[in-house]
Design a protein around this ligand. Structure first.
Ligand SMILES: *Cc1c(COP(=O)(O)O)cnc(C)c1O
Length: 392
């Protein structure tokens, strides 16, 4: 399916021009489409052709965005959704029934964790967690009711790397589906389908947009599974807007060059932090000190744009670090052209006790930096100043 290299297809794979011969794909802001007669309408509803019907079902812009991601991930088919969480929830609801069980890595995105712990029990769906640093423990968690294995790699915010090849083998051997949230790596750095993933999910809000403008989600993978997820999402209504799809398609044209720079800057930030006074540890997949460095090298083209590090001063030093940043902003987003910092212990994970935080890999002094596209000298200068002021 790939005619050219990743970078070329990302730009050249776009919807065919209309009779107006646009060079850049136009935006179709229309909620519905018109039929010339009853027979055309019948054929469209009967799926005898690809005619657009209503934008909750699909739209030229959402189709274009999905086609680009399908090609990038090497998938058979895909669907788009209103956000990353809509993509995750629709995938779960389309593939699971009451009584089913799923196995997930314990360090998942916060809202995904809430689906497992708050909403699954209401539906009679069970889950078990495995530790990202020990995926071989999955085998012992498999039950007759287990439907799929779910994971993110690298994980958030601890930046652990999970061996996709190993988990792919475990899933295949046990006849389980494998679902991967590939948000942190993007298809430019890592293609889970090559390791046996059946479904790959993205929050397009992050690196796919890459400029902090729109929400979006996308699910790609095996055509029969995608069909079920598509039907669920089209019925329950979390459809991606045509405008957001149009923005995202344009953004994907520059995904590779943005990711290259994110990774280059992040590696430099990680190297700068490693061994610095006041820093306990630095986690970045392409640092040799990373416990899963070899796995990261095997399955990722580069280390990604997120660096995590721990300040020895714990909670207080973490908060001080945040307050002493000037160019870098505090925001819960990531994958933006602007460098962003978060301190999980005083924000996303503040309701947990210190012990609970440690159990999910969050040290009280842990800072997560989503390294942006600014000049590396300015990024490092801001981080360096905030560290000096926080360890005083
Ligand atoms: C942000 C994020 C999500 C959720 O995506 P939204 O677009 O915010 O709904 C899911 N998984 C990961 C890893 C994320 O970073």
């Amino acid at each position: 399916m790939n005619k050219h290299k990743f970078e070329t297809d990302a730009i050249r794979n776009q919807m065919p021009a209309s009779q107006n011969q646009e060079h850049s794909a136009p935006l179709y802001l229309t909620s519905s489409f018109v039929f010339n007669n009853a027979e055309e309408l019948r054929a469209a509803f009967n799926e005898e052709n690809d005619a657009f019907i209503y934008s909750r079902y699909g739209n030229p812009n959402t189709d274009e965005f999905v086609a680009k991601v399908v090609q990038m991930e090497g998938a058979e088919a895909g669907i788009s959704t209103a956000s990353g969480m809509a993509a995750i929830y629709a995938s779960f609801m389309a593939l699971l029934s009451s009584g089913d069980h799923v196995i997930s890595c314990s360090s998942v995105f916060g809202a995904t964790h809430t689906i497992f712990t708050k909403y699954f029990p209401r539906l009679g769906i069970k889950h078990s967690y495995f530790n990202a640093d020990d995926p071989s423990s999955i085998e012992a968690l498999i039950k007759p009711e287990t439907k799929f294995i779910y994971l993110e790699t690298p994980t958030n915010p601890a930046i652990e790397v999970i061996d996709l090849e190993l988990v792919g083998h475990i899933a295949k051997k046990a006849g389980l589906l494998l679902l991967v949230d590939n948000c942190f790596a993007t298809p430019f750095l890592q293609k889970p389908i090559e390791y046996g993933a059946d479904i790959v999910i993205h929050s397009a809000t992050k690196y796919m947009d890459g400029q902090g403008r729109v929400l979006g989600g996308v699910v790609v993978g095996r055509a029969d599974l995608i069909r079920e997820i598509y039907l669920y999402n089209r019925i329950t209504g979390a459809s991606l807007s045509a405008f957001n799809a149009w923005v995202l398609s344009k953004s994907l044209e520059t995904l590779s060059i943005r990711m290259e720079r994110h990774c280059e800057n992040a590696l430099q930030v990680a190297k700068f932090l490693e061994g610095k006074p006041g820093i306990k540890k630095v986690k970045y997949p392409f640092l040799e000190s990373h416990p899963q460095y070899d796995i990261a090298k095997k399955q990722m083209r580069a280390g990604g744009g997120i660096v995590a590090f721990s300040l020895s001063g714990g909670l207080e030093a973490g908060a001080k670090f945040m307050d002493n940043l000037s160019m870098i902003k505090i925001s819960p987003n990531l994958g933006d052209s602007r460098t962003i910092a978060t301190h999980p212990a005083s924000s996303t994970h503040c309701k947990l006790t210190e012990e609970e935080r440690l159990a999910v890999g969050i040290d009280d002094g842990l800072i997560r930096i989503s390294v942006g596209l600014e000049h590396i000298d300015d990024i490092i200068a801001d981080i360096s100043k905030a560290i000096s002021n926080s360890i005083k």
